[in-house]
Design a protein around this ligand. Structure first.
Ligand SMILES: [Mg+2]
Length: 284
């Protein structure tokens, strides 16, 4: 057991809070891994435990899920699990012209970003049942910039290992991304993320992108979890707004889409520099 805990601590540059008093591992078919069999297990810690009462306490330990600060994690994709590679300026310039050709000008279409322009158009078209028109006209442009980014995306250090570890601890692990399904599927397979994420909510799966809460709320409903049981991990203001709108605590990782100064007026619950820092946040 100590060897495994040491291994985890080394892997995530993480110091366990006091000593582990239970580690259990079981072989099970993993619903989060599309039927792939994984070794699943959990850790429970008691900060007041000493060596003599370890065995006595083991029998009344809470389950791993109830011993953690969060029992589920929703990740953003770009800038969070991989580096940020969308070419915002030329992409948004092209999108602004494309929206103008559909008659969407001024307001959000003059000053908004790729997500808020889409959401503003959806606000008008969705009630009219005309979202197919938006997807047909704008979808290929968003997709092309996604696939351009796909040529450069690289995973953040330890990303695949972290996802596997969270699943091994019986946490729900999902994704809500503004990236389209085509490029996202390719990236998740390439970086060995796919088998650990359920659900994956892509741009194509929602009417409104983040900063709206639709994708996050859909994930909560899928898991049947309360917002305070979940932490959202992202890299942008849209992630903070989306999580807040869903009532979900949010951690922002530095070095993604938004500089730290961009969060001055909407501070996240946590700022982290490395994905490995999530282990301590989730352990509580
Ligand atoms: Mg992002």
């Amino acid at each position: 057991m100590r060897k495994l805990v040491s291994s985890l601590a080394r892997c995530f540059a993480w110091t366990p809070p006091d000593r582990p008093i239970e580690m259990k591992a079981a072989v099970a078919s993993c619903a989060n891994c599309g039927g792939r069999t994984r070794i699943r297990g959990g850790l429970a810690f008691d900060r007041g435990a000493d060596a003599d009462d370890t065995s006595r306490m083991r029998s009344k330990l809470p389950s791993p899920a109830t011993s953690l600060a969060y029992s589920a994690v929703i990740f953003d994709f770009e800038g969070t699990l991989v580096n940020f590679q969308w070419q915002l300026e030329p992409a948004e310039t092209e999108l602004r012209f494309a929206f103008a050709r559909l008659g969407f000008e001024g307001g959000e279409f003059a000053r908004g970003n790729y997500a808020t322009m889409w959401n503003a158009a959806a606000d008008r078209l969705a009630p009219q049942g005309r979202m197919a028109e938006l997807h047909q006209a704008l979808g290929p442009i968003y997709d092309r910039w996604d696939f351009d980014a796909l040529t450069r995306w690289a995973p953040r250090s330890g990303a695949a290992e972290l996802l596997g570890e969270l699943v091994d601890r019986d946490l729900h692990v999902g994704m809500v991304s503004n990236v389209g399904r085509g490029a996202l599927n390719g990236a998740l397979e390439r970086f060995d993320f796919a088998q650990c994420l359920q659900p994956v909510v892509a741009r194509d799966d929602v009417t409104w992108m983040k900063p709206r809460a639709e994708g996050i709320l859909r994930t909560l409903a899928d898991w049947q979890l309360a917002p305070d049981q979940v932490i959202f991990v992202g890299d942008s203001r849209a992630d903070v707004f989306g999580a807040r709108a869903a009532g979900v605590p949010v951690a922002i990782i530095r070095g993604g889409e938004c500089d730290e100064a961009a969060f001055a007026d909407i501070p996240p619950d946590h700022m982290i520099s490395q994905l490995s820092e999530l282990v301590a946040l989730i352990a509580g």
